[in-house]
Design a protein around this ligand. Structure first.
Ligand SMILES: [Zn+2]
Length: 137
């Protein structure tokens, strides 16, 4: 089990690295529900993270808890969007809790800064960017 709030200091440091305030990130039990409540309907109950782009700073939600199964499903999905095993060769181990939540946040920051959700390529690009940026934390 990964409890995201336990990693709040790291997540805040990542936000600060890109010039964002801690208030940009909300850790919530249900990301889809938070997005829907904010006016962005979302019917994916297991969503790990979400970002609103287009404003002066990102509005990011991260899921509060991840079972091992949910973590592994997310990692499998992440790796599938990249060329085989690349996330391992870059030297980060996504199963490590701090690395896992840092990666989720970096992916959303990647969408905000460089790769808005406008194409399948933007998903792969945000993933690749997040993995590359992981080296900094
Ligand atoms: Zn994404």
């Amino acid at each position: 089990m990964i409890h995201t709030p336990a990693h709040r200091p790291l997540l805040d440091a990542i936000l600060a690295h890109y010039g964002f305030r801690p208030e940009c990130l909300s850790i919530v039990p249900d990301v889809a529900a938070a997005g829907t409540a904010a006016g962005f309907p979302d019917n994916e109950p297991l969503r790990a993270a979400k970002v609103l782009v287009g404003g002066p700073e990102p509005v990011i939600w991260l899921r509060e808890e991840f079972s091992d199964d949910l973590r592994d499903a997310y990692i499998e999905d992440t790796c599938r969007t990249l060329t085989g095993g690349w996330c391992w060769t870059i030297g980060i181990k996504l199963t490590e809790p701090a690395t896992f939540v840092a990666h989720l946040l970096l992916h959303e920051i990647g969408h905000f800064l460089k790769y808005p959700h406008d194409s399948p390529e933007s998903e792969r690009a945000a993933e690749a960017w997040a993995l590359e940026q992981s080296r900094n934390f």
